[in-house]
Design a binder for this molecule. Sequence first.
Ligand code: DGJ
Length: 728
Amino acid sequence: MIFFHSKTNTFYLQGKNVSYVFRKDEYGFLNHLYFGKKVACGEDLSFVYRPCDRGFSPNFDGAENRSFSLDTMPNEYPVAGLGDYRRPAVMVRTRDGARQTDFRYIDHSVETDAGAKGLPHVRGGETLFVRLRDDRYALTLELYYTVWDDSDAVVRRAALRNDGTDSVHVLNLCSFSIDLPDADYQSLRLFGRPCSERAPVWQDCAPGICELSSGQRGSSSHYLNPFLALKRKNTDETHGEVYGFQLVYSGSFSLSAEYTQYGGLRVRGGIDPLGFDWLLQSGEKFETPESVLVYSDGGLGGMSHCFHSLCRKHLMNPDFAFRKRPVLVNSWEAVYFDFDEKKLFHLIELAANAGMDMFVLDDGWFTCRNDDNGGLGDWEEDLSKLPCGLKGISDKCRSLNMLFGLWFEPEMVSENSKLFRVHPEWCLKNPERGFVRGRNQIVLDFCNPQVVDYVYGKMEDIIAKNGISYVKWDMNRYLADLYSPYLPPERQSEVQHRYVLGVYQLASRLNRRFPDLLMEGCSGGGGRFDAGMLNYFPQIWTSDNTDAFARAKIQYGTSLCYPPSAMTAHVSVCPNHQTGRTSGLDARYAVASSCIFGYELDLTKLSQSELAQIKEQITAYKRDADFVMNGDFYRLSEGDVYAFAQVSCDKSRAYVTGITGLKQANDKFRFLKIYGLDCEKKYRVRETGQTMSGRVLENIGLPLPQAEGDFCPVCYHLDGQPTSDEST
Ligand code: DGJ
């Protein structure tokens, strides 16, 4: 609900349990007043902002006295050059070379479905749209705030319109900025590298700026995820205050928390301003990606629930968000590049026999692709490997009642390809320099609409002709040569963002053309796992690391802000190809079955008893998949046991999965506290036959047996028992 109190000029954005409050002051500036636990609409909070004369904080032109300074105000969207020494949310270079803007409130309205064009965006809710203006340069700043009655998230974005006659340069335009009154927080970032994505790292906030960015990689990257949380020192998984900030963006980003001179914290984020310079001509508008701001006093778990539910209800494609996904076998770790039709047919038969729903042909199906050094861009099936073509594979799957999925790497080209020979100018490259190669491949210039059209045409044709039900969209390098031969010199600093817009454009065209096509995002594992991609891709490959123990940690970190129904996880072979570690098939299943599930191993090399075990696992997963798709997710942990509970919405049942760490001799007795249950209800633990109340399970925990070795599975079903009322 959105409410404007005209007496105090205050905006109240009311979510399910939260309020976001700011006001327009007598000068037309927007003062941030509050974001936190719900307060009544209309209660005057203007006392939060206390003007005071702080010597070195300058007073803007027209300030009534020395106590009015933008440097000490909690600003809703801070500007540069008027005396606020904290980092601004907007920086524009005008025709005279100045970088000083002065935006004052003009008007506001409330809208529905107000997402930015060409960018991923949330659906539904009510949107407050506030307009501010810099009269001197005829610039209009638009701030958007979306809230829902059923969510504790506020989604923000901004836009800048040039209503003047001269062009200006947008050097920075944040998706959001917020001035919190104190800085007594620990920051959390998700840090990683290929095969080791999204490990939580905590750090106390300290004077200065803590900045997260994906560098100039051109994607959200393995390095730091576009997510930042701030928690109080005593906040844990289930209790305490926490803020979460997430960008709905897949390109180079920046998120920062600035511990300011007078003890507040300015948090802001958006497109990385490093090297960014967007030429905004007369009449044009620049729109930022969206950002999600979450507050919870229910601990990290409360924050995660809010992100998960927003993503599933308002961001992911509604046709897929809650729909059960096919159990698949992927050819990558099964055969890599070493396959022929006969081998694939054998795999498909075994997969069908085990009860799998889909076969995915990963990398290597197209010409010049016997290793990862060539072949990208032409997207022509390799008939020497597959004499019956993709159609033959698709028909084979269909004959066994299976779906067929295919791998693409749409954004790349190899030098050894027809595409490159005909259109060398379709690549990102500085004409004055040589290529910067990654995995021996070149990045296509997605700033150029012709390139996007070409790739769309190729993919559309293959998908339509071969009855493809699923596409795995991979990206196996970052951007480096940030130069588009398509753009004029004065627009070269727009390349990174325009590239991402091209990616979004291609993805949304495919979504529209094939509404039933399931698309999975991937980037050398989970190198582009972000809320922007999730708008087009209902699932993302979480990591190339399929080792059960390592993967449990990656899923743990990822779940802080992304739902398990968006994470894909596969059972692979042991010794594991990434870590060399061995764990049982049951432990690998326990970890993978908490997400969107599949296999990635050579079924032709398994024993009959392993195949039989896999068949049982698939039956079990299909029975339990509803927990993943519709349940509420809780992180549980006890020492180095990584476990998750997925609780049905009515709390009548729960599925607990996970893995133990290294076996300790004479270990202590462990109890796994299960959150999210109905305390008043009794639950029968299917695997042990014990019956315990939700309260006991939450406060004392489920007794875990002594592990019988390293990396043992944790896998329990809790079935709520009818209460005496229900049974009569
Ligand atoms: C990286 C992906 O993460 C893998 O799953 C696989 O698709 C390879 N690329 C193929 O080159």
